[in-house]
Ligand binder design. Structure first.
Ligand code: G
Ligand code: G
Ligand code: MN
Ligand code: NA
Length: 258
C-alpha cells in the first residue's frame, strides 16, 4: 500500500502520538520548556521515523491533516498536566512550511488554544529557517499576528538556510535553535572542527545582538555542553539530558521531587 494512503488510515486509527524532549538550562539541567515531536507507531511495521514521513506528508499535503492533530494532542496534554497540578512549562510544536502558508493558520492555532482553554504563552511554534525565509512578507504578517496574540516563535534548524539578517531582524521571533548538525560535529574536540565552532559562535553572537534566546540542539556529551556554555549559550536539548519521552515520563522531569 502507498505510504501516503497508510498515513491517512493511521490518522483515523490513532496511530500518531507525541513524545516530548526537554529543553534545559545547560548548567543545571533544569527543564525550561519542552519540544513536542510526533511518532507513528504502525501495528505491523513498528515505529516509523518522522524523518521519513514528514517530508512525504509535506509533499502530498497530508501534513495539513496531521499538523492540526499534533497541535490538538499537544494542547490537550498541556491542559491535562495543568488540571493535575503538574508544574507546566511552555510546549513547542513544529509547524511545517506548508502549514505556515495556509491562510487560516493563525485562526486555527488560536482556535485550538481557545478549545483547550490554554493561554497563548503555554504554546510556542517552531518553524524552520528555510520555511521562515521563503515568502518572507507573508511569513512576517503571520508571525506578527501570532506574536501579537502572545504565541512565542522560534526558528528551527538555524544555520542551514541562507537567512537574510535584514529579514531575521523583522521577524518577531523569540529564539533561534542552532541546528544539530553543527553541534554534532563537536562530539570529540571542538578544536578539530574550527568551521563548525566558528558557525556556532557566530549564531550565539547573532542571538545576543538581536536579543534572541539561543537554544542548541543535539547535545550528546559534556564536551559539547562545555563548549556551548563557554561561548555563552545557556539553553539546549539533546540526549545528554534526555531523549524525547512519552507524556507520562515528562511529569517526573518537571516534578523531580516526586
Ligand atoms: O523526532 P525526530 O528527530 O525523529 O524528528 C525528525 C524530523 O521531523 C525533525 O526535523 C523534526 O523537526 C520533524 N518533526 C517531528 N515532529 C514533527 C511535527 O509534529 N511536525 C512537523 N512539521 N515536523 C516534525
Ligand atoms: O528538526 P528538529 O529540531 O525539530 O528535530 C529534532 C530531532 O532531533 C528529533 O527527531 C529528535 O529526536 C532528534 N534529537 C534530539 N536530541 C538529539 C541528540 O542529542 N542527538 C541526535 N542525533 N538527535 C537528537
Ligand atoms: Mn524542532
Ligand atoms: Na532543529
Amino acid at each position: 500500500m502507498e505510504l501516503d494512503q497508510s498515513m491517512r488510515q493511521a490518522l483515523e486509527r490513532g496511530e500518531f502520538h507525541l513524545v516530548y524532549q526537554p529543553r534545559v538550562d545547560l548548567a543545571s539541567g533544569r527543564v525550561l520548556s519542552l519540544e513536542a515531536l510526533v511518532r507513528w507507531h504502525h501495528p505491523q511495521w513498528g515505529m516509523i521515523s518522522p524523518g521519513r514521513f514528514i517530508p512525504l506528508a509535506e509533499e502530498t499535503g497530508f501534513i495539513l491533516s496531521l499538523g492540526p492533530e499534533v497541535l490538538r494532542q499537544a494542547c490537550e496534554q498541556i491542559r491535562a498536566w495543568k488540571a493535575r497540578g503538574v508544574p507546566t512549562v511552555t510546549v513547542a510544536v513544529n509547524l511545517s512550511a506548508r502549514e505556515l502558508r495556509e491562510p487560516d493558520v493563525v485562526d486555527r492555532i488560536l482556535g485550538v488554544l481557545a478549545d483547550t482553554g490554554l493561554e497563548a504563552s503555554d504554546l510556542e511554534i517552531e518553524i524552520t529557517e528555510s520555511a521562515a525565509m521563503s515568502s518572507i512578507e507573508q511569513t512576517i504578517r503571520t508571525l506578527t499576528e501570532l506574536n501579537t496574540q502572545g504565541v512565542r516563535i522560534s526558528i528551527d534548524d538555524f544555520g542551514t538556510a541562507y537567512s537574510s539578517l535584514n529579514y531575521l531582524k523583522r521577524l518577531p521571533v523569540h529564539a533561534i535553535k542552532i541546528d544539530q548538525s553543527f553541534v554534532s560535529e563537536m562530539k570529540d574536540d571542538p578544536a578539530n572542527h574550527p568551521e563548525d565552532a566558528a558557525i556556532i559562535r557566530a549564531i550565539i553572537g547573532l542571538g545576543e545582538t538581536l536579543g534572541l534566546k539561543v537554544i542548541a540542539e543535539g547535545i550528546e556529551n559534556t564536551l559539547q555542553r562545555d563548549f556551548l556554555l563557554d561561548h555563552g549559550c545557556v539553553q539546549g536539548q539533546g540526549y545528554l539530558y534526555s531523549r524525547p519521552v512519552p507524556a507520562e515520563d515528562v511529569e517526573r522531569l518537571l516534578n523531580p521531587a516526586q
